[in-house]
Design a protein around this ligand. Structure first.
Ligand code: PAF
Length: 293
């Protein structure tokens, strides 16, 4: 495994492989956990692929300076994880490499970025799409892998790639969960025991929604209300949203049919957590916990 910090070194290293082996990028902000490992596993599924994992905490996507300051950083542990997962190249640029001058060019996907995270984190997706476009420009991957836990981000990046004619195949890795069902996140370490116990209610609510669908409920508002009540009863009072939407484009639903997503964001012990579950509803048949795409 090689660790490179400049775009020039990275391009030089990848140049002889171009056209012979697919370049597969896993973009991350470090603080790696098994959710990232699932992305690397998905990347390694690409036959003959060279797996490049990038580590860069992107200031442009943080709307809250304290959240950026609290973001965990441990490059040594990240490199050890990458080595053991079979990553070929780690690209770990500093701020001076990614933003050598004040950034005046931005990539913005509209519509898809308006609801859910977009409503609660102004500017977040503009920061994500801008840095992902910059990483794509630096790495020129054939395939890029994102986690389904950040479902809206994955949809936004897929739309960016399609609409900007970037020849990159966007693939998804499934959400990896702790034994109590909590979705893996670098933020989980900040929850503390009480917060940790309450956070498990989020996946309970997502599963409960699946049960209601199986019992024939097709009204999205009633499912959202049930999720609100369950979370409140479990001590999760600071809920940003719990919304059921189309899994294709996050449009609002009047009635549940087809592939739908229930997305939840809550603040627990001052840690903001997001999670989601995708369901496929075809008449009376309901499949819970599907791939988003
Ligand atoms: O999901 C993340 O870790 C980040 O949003 C990403 C895609 C690496 C961009 O900074």
């Amino acid at each position: 495994m090689q660790t490179l910090t400049t775009i020039a070194e990275l391009r030089e290293r990848l140049a002889p492989l171009r056209g012979r082996r697919p370049v597969v990028l896993v973009p991350t902000m470090g603080a790696l956990h098994d959710g990232h490992r699932a992305c690397v596993d998905r990347a390694r599924d690409v036959e003959g692929g060279v797996v490049v994992l990038s580590i860069f905490v992107n200031p442009l996507q943080f709307d809250d300076a304290s959240d950026l300051g609290a973001y965990p950083r441990d490059l040594e542990a990240d490199l050890a994880a990458c080595e053991s997962w079979g990553v070929d190249i780690v690209f770990a640029p500093g701020g001076e490499v990614m933003y050598p001058e004040p950034q005046a060019t931005f990539v913005e996907v509209t519509d898809l970025t308006t609801p859910l995270e977009g409503r609660h984190r102004p500017g977040h997706f503009r920061g994500v799409t801008t840095v992902v476009a910059k990483l794509f420009g630096a790495v020129s991957p054939d395939v890029a892998v994102f986690g389904q836990k950040d479902a809206q981000q994955a949809l936004v990046v897929r739309r960016m790639v399609r609409q900007l004619n970037m020849p990159i195949d966007i693939r998804l890795a499934p959400t990896v969960r702790e034994s109590d069902g909590l979705a893996m996140s670098s933020r989980n370490a900040r929850l503390g025991p009480d917060g940790r116990a309450r956070a498990a209610a989020i996946v309970e609510a997502l599963r409960e929604a699946g049960e209601r669908l199986r019992s024939g409920e097709r009204d999205p508002r009633r499912i959202e209300r049930a999720v609100h009540s369950l979370l409140e009863a479990r001590g999760v009072r600071s809920l940003d949203y719990a919304e059921m939407r189309s899994a294709a484009d996050l449009s609002p639903l009047e009635r549940i049919e087809g592939r739908v997503i229930l997305a939840v964001a809550a603040r627990i012990a001052s840690v903001r957590l997001i999670d989601n579950m995708v369901y496929e509803v075809a008449g009376k048949s309901v499949t819970v916990d599907m791939a988003l795409f």
